[in-house]
Ligand binder design. Structure first.
Ligand code: SF4
Length: 298
């Protein structure tokens, strides 16, 4: 007994102080790729575009463009074009608009962005959700990777209870719907029913690249290419999987307790923009015996 007490005193507090104080992840953690296209030689960036398994990296008339909502942080582009592309440990990548996930090659600014007026509607909606926020997690077709990171949120190191965030199994007690997975057709109705059972105000958070865009399964007949095809999503947290700190950042972003660091984009697609998740029927639907009608989407 005294041994345990002595050990606790000697060890001190190991719980992270993030977001009050910056914290970092292991050096091997892969976050966002950065691209300096001016340093690309001999068409290596074209090879990087070609090797990208999810078409997250695309070539446009304005230059390379990276869709964080599709990037699975595999690092293949950085291996093919190491002069111009580098993987960074940047984990504060959550955004409030899906179009913000599509980045041009310029750097993410260090200074936090002022939340645009359009985004203040969300802040107003959740202004009463400050502490004692309850989260209902729904797996909509995950491989379990994001769930492992979610489990870590309640361990003594990340301890999200210190931030007033708690998990609940009951949708009626939940303020936040945290959805993981590729959004399978089979889970569309249960997810919509869970959402309907929650009281206002409520937030929907899509956690992980698969939940943002379908990830590597995007376009499969069995998936709807992300949660936004079924529910109105308030926060997108990219990452395969997002680290516990990425999840904390995304949850606090939705609650208006931190500012968005990724630059905000115009909400309307521009000419030559990659259109992210147009919510069209995925290719291959003609071969499926299951068709999604309007009733499968809000
Ligand atoms: S890290 Fe992988 S998925 Fe992301 S842009 Fe590079 S090649 Fe594509």
């Amino acid at each position: 007994m005294f041994g345990w007490i002595w050990r606790g005193i000697r060890t001190g507090v190991l719980t992270t102080h993030y977001p009050d104080r910056p914290d970092s992840l292991a050096p091997a953690f892969r976050g966002r790729p950065t691209i300096d296209q001016a340093r690309c030689h001999d068409g290596a960036c074209d090879a990087a575009v070609a090797i990208c398994p999810t078409q997250a990296l695309q070539s446009t008339p304005q230059g390379l463009r990276l869709d964080l909502g599709r990037c699975i942080q595999c690092g293949l582009c950085a291996e093919v074009c190491p002069q111009a592309i580098r993987m960074t440990p940047d984990f504060e990548l959550a955004v409030q608009q899906q179009c913000d996930l599509v980045l041009n090659v310029d750097q993410i600014p260090d200074e936090e962005q002022v939340v645009p007026v359009a985004r203040q509607a969300l802040a107003q909606r959740v202004k009463d959700l400050r502490r004692s926020v309850h989260i209902r997690h729904v797996d909509a077709g995950s491989d379990g990777a994001v769930e492992q990171e979610i489990y870590a949120l309640t361990n003594p190191f990340y301890d999200i209870h210190r931030l007033g965030l708690f998990f609940t199994p009951a949708p009626r007690h939940a303020d936040v719907l945290l959805v993981t997975g590729v959004m399978t057709r089979a889970m569309a109705r249960p997810l919509r029913e869970t959402y309907a059972a929650m009281t206002q105000p409520k937030l929907v958070v899509a956690a992980g690249t698969a939940a943002c865009s379908g990830g590597i399964y995007r376009g499969s007949y069995a998936v709807l290419d992300g949660v936004a095809a079924v529910l109105p999503v308030d926060v997108f947290i990219p990452g395969t999987p997002p680290s516990p700190l990425s999840l904390i950042y995304g949850l606090l972003l939705g609650l208006g307790r931190v500012a968005q660091r990724v630059p905000s984009q115009p909400s309307e697609p521009r000419e030559n923009d990659i259109v992210v998740n147009p919510m069209s029927e995925p290719e291959g639907i003609a071969h499926s015996s299951v068709a999604v009608g309007e009733e499968d989407r809000l």
